[in-house]
Design a binder for this molecule. Structure first.
Ligand SMILES: Cc1cc2nc3c(=O)[nH]c(=O)nc-3n(C[C@H](O)[C@H](O)[C@H](O)COP(=O)(O)O)c2cc1C
Length: 241
């Protein structure tokens, strides 16, 4: 299969399982990227179920499995989150544009920003939003000082499941993007989604049949980010060096 092949929408369970099994893991990882431009056509639960099933294969701290996933289809809820996204993007998008001006990767960043702008403008038409949450508070042990990496230990319990979901979507050919800006006000998100205080919304995976295509994306070379034994020692060679 050409790594850029666009897979047609389907709600046939056998075809979905076939697609999940067909793509080699490295190919799925190398071509998974944010697909923000999606069609408003419905995405059947038949498509979502295996994605959630795969998300739940991920690790969590102390095997707490303290995740909750809110599958949002309701138009009014999507509209509310779209309003939040617009407000957050107005602020952070503006700041982002100023930061990238004149930088070597300005063109690449502007391409991403155009795609975010498209998503912001069409967010209420994205057919499914999966709001990924953690429950049970930060799991802090009473009377024991929190280690400095407590936040990392906490949020590290949601993102592996999110990555599984993204890879599953890529395999099926469903467009997916990981976003956080619509949740910038957890207070607002809690109210809109009816979340109790013990459940924290962490991010959203926006899903829809894609207008664009999956494919390779620019990434830093391994030599630039890998250090051998201690920071700054760049003696480690990637298999491509
Ligand atoms: C923690 C986190 C938060 C993100 N929040 C947003 C967001 O609010 N809106 C958005 O469009 N993309 C968001 N992204 C996606 C990144 O912008 C995207 O992954 C990055 O530009 C690389 O592009 P790629 O996913 O196509 O490889 C987020 C990614 C992460 C990991």
């Amino acid at each position: 299969m050409d790594e850029r092949t666009t897979l047609t929408p389907t709600s046939d369970p056998a075809e979905i399982e076939r697609r999940l099994a067909a793509i080699p893991l490295p190919q799925a990882m190398e071509t998974q990227r944010s697909i923000r431009r999606v069609l408003s056509d419905p995405v059947d639960d038949v498509v979502l179920r295996p994605l959630i099933r795969l998300a739940l294969e991920a690790p969590t701290g102390s095997n707490g499995q303290n995740w909750e996933f809110i599958v949002v289809r309701d138009a009014a809820v999507r509209r509310s989150l779209a309003g939040q996204y617009r407000r957050a993007w107005k602020l952070y998008g503006g700041i982002g544009r100023r930061i990238i001006r004149g930088k070597p990767d300005e063109e690449q960043m502007l391409r991403i920003m155009r795609s975010v702008q498209w998503q912001v403008d069409h967010f209420e038409d994205v057919p499914v939003l999966v709001v990924c949450c953690l429950s049970g508070g930060h799991g802090r042990v009473p009377f024991v000082p929190n280690p400095p990496n407590a936040n990392s230990m906490h949020y590290g319990s949601i993102y592996p499941s999110v990555q599984n979901l993204l890879l599953g979507a890529r395999a099926i050919g469903l467009g997916a993007s990981l976003i956080t800006l619509p949740l910038w006000s957890t207070l607002f998100a809690r109210r809109v989604l009816g979340l109790p205080l013990s459940v924290e919304p962490c991010c959203i995976v926006a899903l829809g049949w894609p207008r664009g295509r999956y494919g390779p994306k620019p990434r830093k070379p391994t030599e630039e980010v890998v250090h051998l034994d201690s920071y700054g020692n760049r003696g480690w060679m990637s298999e491509r060096s």
